[in-house]
Write a protein that binds this ligand. Structure first.
Ligand code: DX5
Ligand code: ZN
Length: 220
């Protein structure tokens, strides 16, 4: 399986010290920046948009993994690409013409992925999987950081890994929500390879060391 990647979620960063926290991620063992965009409609919270992404991009030396929790994301794909997104994931539940939206992301020069909420059946991915660089499985209800990991995720990862293998693909499986040093090894064993961690990293005493620990555990 491909190498395991850690993507700290900037939602949990200190926005008053965004440059400092961006540089911390640059200088850590992290692989990507996870960027959560929320519109107050698709999820009951509003986070940040283009200007903040642009500010992170100005200092970031690693790819931006932009997770769109917005209704009709197809309205903004080109703008997110323009401000520096490298990977864009859209929720299956947020866009009617998913196939077209994925093409739009790729045409804008980004890698494309689909996000599934916890109760969305994996079968919706069957025919679209070859179009995806990555599938993001939510392991919490999207909208807020700091929530408890939902155990049903293990089974979902296993089944998705099976589906990917059966099609002979190398699609990444990213897990988002409640990831810690207590569950990351079990998530790897289930078949995930890409891990978002927000509060576990940024609320720890030593975020750089916490990232290293997650990375080491994931790759052990
Ligand atoms: C929530 C976001 C997550 C969030 C994860 O909707 O998609 O990326 O930042 O935060 P933690 O790691 O604290 O659960
Ligand atoms: Zn996210």
């Amino acid at each position: 399986m491909s190498s395991k990647l850690i993507a700290p979620s900037m939602l949990a960063a200190d926005f008053g010290n965004l440059q400092r926290d961006t540089e911390m991620v640059n200088n850590s063992d992290a692989d990507w920046f996870h960027i959560d965009v929320m519109d107050g409609h698709f999820v009951p919270n509003i986070s940040y948009g283009m200007p903040v992404i642009q500010a992170i991009k100005k200092h970031a030396t690693k790819p931006l993994d932009v997770h769109l929790m917005i209704e009709k994301p197809e309205r903004y794909i080109e703008e997110f690409a323009k401000v520096g997104a490298d990977i864009i994931t859209v929720h299956y539940e947020s866009t009617v013409h998913l196939h077209r939206t994925l093409r739009q992301i790729k045409d804008a020069g980004c890698k494309a992925g689909i996000v599934l909420n916890i109760t969305t059946p994996l079968t919706v991915l069957e025919d679209i999987l070859p179009e995806c660089y990555m599938i993001l499985l939510m392991s919490i209800n999207p909208g807020f950081g700091g929530q408890k990991f939902e155990e049903v995720t293990y089974k979902r990862i296993k089944n998705l890994r099976k589906m990917i293998d059966e099609q002979g693909l190398d699609t990444r499986i990213e897990v988002d929500g409640g990831v810690t040093d207590q569950n990351i090894e079990k998530l790897v064993a289930a078949g995930a390879d890409t891990f978002v961690a927000g509060s576990h990293v940024f609320k720890s005493d030593d975020p750089t060391a916490t990232i290293k620990r997650l990375k080491d555990l994931a790759n052990s």
